[in-house]
Design a protein around this ligand. Structure first.
Ligand code: PLP
Length: 445
């Protein structure tokens, strides 16, 4: 059993030990160096792309040892890859976690987290102001496998506590809700969840670890669509799961953590203590369903992370100026941006948005849905597409696209109106962006 555990450990964290970078470095240093050391064979300063499916065994004995779990080492890229491992360690260090797992997309990161924890008959409690794809997965897909979801309004925490049952195995929130960037009281939600020994999973895609570190407020697991700000340039789809290592999986209600896994040499995941979740996510969920991250995409996400703090500062500054411009414009009916929201709690803003309110927010123009569509078609610089958090500025109409599967009452429960326009502010010169918006507002008057 000891060998099995150490192999499982190796698979999740081998580079954590090799990288040798300690947590005492600051964010800007970790984003450049975390998880990597110059290649000893070639001296390569950049992270090499190990574009390989598999790894040559040194001898037949070596191969036999790897397979019988007597020795640690790379076997096959679906389970682990040296380029991806640098990315996994880097995000784990930036987030303050004990390990991470790279997967093929943000959707896979969310799905794999749910599937690693919950089984048929369990319940998930999810905030209702979340990414449309996640909402759809919860309401229309995972339900077919016997996992049911109840939604709560993250601003009504009494409701949350009332919805908890003995079957509740996950509480899921987004640190800044999609698409409106609402602030959520992560700490309060975690303290309610932990009273009932339920792990809190936070999708931190819109905030990135530069703006918010959910583990500091008690979150247990953080997930990312690395496709967004982490990659930052709209080039690659990727997802990350980060484990705080703080949750106690030994509670017998987490049945799959506390019964031997016949598919993994009889390993009982809770015996891995703080590594239980992230190891199970890799050696069971990822191994058996296979949404592995391509090493080339890992390289591109690493490239993005090198400048994360600088880009976030500019994203935030540009967004604040554009929000101000829209707020003052008479043709704008409403704007959902923390600084200008009427009933937003000031303490929450001070606590969670110390470094700014990301660069994605929503607004509505006078003239409703029809004008909104015309407005989007009149823009020159903003790209009309289904993505956010690119270096380039983007815009979309959620009710007819990202949230198009939802009916009007579902839309309303997600905080989306028929006229809502979602904007994602990039890194262009602020005057050019404002000119573009100004022109489109004028043309559609
Ligand atoms: C985009 C997104 C996802 C899904 O990620 P993909 O990389 O597109 O699969 C999940 N959560 C949030 C908040 C997102 O914005």
């Amino acid at each position: 059993m000891g060998d099995i555990i150490s192999q499982a450990f190796f698979i999740s964290i081998s580079f954590l030990q090799k990288g040798g970078l300690t947590m005492s470095y600051k964010f800007e240093t970790i984003q450049l160096h975390g998880g990597q050391y110059p290649d000893s064979e070639t001296g390569s300063r950049a992270v090499p792309i190990y574009q390989t499916s598999s790894y040559v065994f040194k001898s037949s004995d070596h191969a036999a040892n790897l397979f019988s779990l007597k020795e640690n080492g790379n076997i096959y890229t679906r389970l682990g890859n040296p380029t991806t491992q640098v990315l996994e360690e880097r995000i784990s260090l930036l987030e303050g976690g004990i390990g991470a797992l790279g997967v093929a997309s943000g959707a896979a990161a969310v799905a794999y987290t749910f599937l690693t924890i919950a089984k048929c008959g369990d319940e998930i409690l999810s905030a209702n102001n979340i990414y449309g794809g996640t909402y759809n997965f919860l309401t229309n897909t995972i339900i077919d496998y016997g996992i049911h979801t109840k939604f709560f309004n993250p601003k009504d925490l009494n409701q949350l506590e009332n919805l908890i049952t003995s079957k509740t195995k996950i509480i899921f929130i987004e640190s800044l809700g999609n698409p409106s960037g609402d602030v959520v009281d992560i700490e309060k939600i975690c303290s309610i969840a932990h009273k009932h020994n339920i792990p809190v999973v936070v999708d931190n895609t819109f905030a990135t670890p530069y703006l918010i570190k959910p583990f500091e407020f008690g979150a247990d697991i953080v997930v990312y669509s690395a496709t967004k700000f982490l990659g930052g340039h709209g080039t690659s789809i990727a997802g990350l799961i980060v484990d705080s290592g703080n949750f106690n999986w030994k509670d017998s209600k987490f049945e799959t953590f506390n019964t031997p896994d016949n598919g993994y040499h009889g390993l009982k995941y809770s015996d891995l203590n703080e590594k239980a979740f992230i190891t199970k996510a890799r050696v069971k969920t990822l191994r058996d369903t296979g949404a592995a991250l391509s090493p080339f995409n890992s390289f591109l996400i690493l490239q993005g992370i090198e400048t994360l703090s600088l880009r976030m500062e500019r994203h935030v500054a540009n967004a604040e100026k554009i929000a101000e411009f829209l707020f003052k414009n008479n043709e704008v009916e409403w704007i959902s941006y923390p600084k200008f929201q009427e009933n937003i709690e000031k303490e929450l803003v001070e606590k969670y948005l110390k470094k700014g309110a990301t660069s994605i927010f929503t607004f509505g123009l006078k003239g409703g849905r029809k004008r909104g569509k015309k407005f989007i078609d009149s823009l020159q610089l903003f790209s009309h597409l289904a993505n956010v958090a690119d270096a380039k500025s983007l815009i979309i109409h959620p009710a007819s696209t990202t949230h198009g599967q939802l009916n009007d009452s579902e839309l309303e429960s997600c905080g989306i109106k028929p006229e809502t326009i979602r904007i994602s502010i990039g890194l262009e010169n602020i005057y050019d962006l404002i000119e573009d918006l100004k022109n489109a507002i004028e043309i559609t008057k």
